[in-house]
Design a protein around this ligand. Sequence first.
Ligand SMILES: [Zn+2]
Length: 145
Amino acid sequence: MKCIFCGNPNSKVVDSRYLKDTSIRRRRECLNCGKRFTTYESVENNPMIVTNSDNIREPFKLEKLTESIRYATYCEDISKSVEEIVAEIENRLFALQRQEIATSDIVTIALDVLMEVNSMSCLVYYTQHTDCDNFDAVRRFLNRG
Ligand SMILES: [Zn+2]
């Protein structure tokens, strides 16, 4: 995704949101000149494939990630928008430069990003995405680091 101002190919995402089911609007910031520009990317062209624990492969769904972050941050006092949090998660996913990624990798990255934003949101996301029907798992998670 070349910068429209200087042609530099490296940019970071500052805000991502899906439009209907067919495209993603991303605000990007050029890592060379610092200017911001907007891209409209079709979901079909998104190369990232997600594999879950049952080995089912499906295209990365921004909508799914956005809704889970929205749910996790709903009741909390958050300084960032849902779109900003999602963009940060995407940046870390893209930085892995892999075409195929496991659901568990996305969850791990999302937890790291949420931990920096709000620990209660992090916990909500954790309980939503991991099998933690026993309290020990939650307590171990809260005590980590
Ligand atoms: Zn630029």
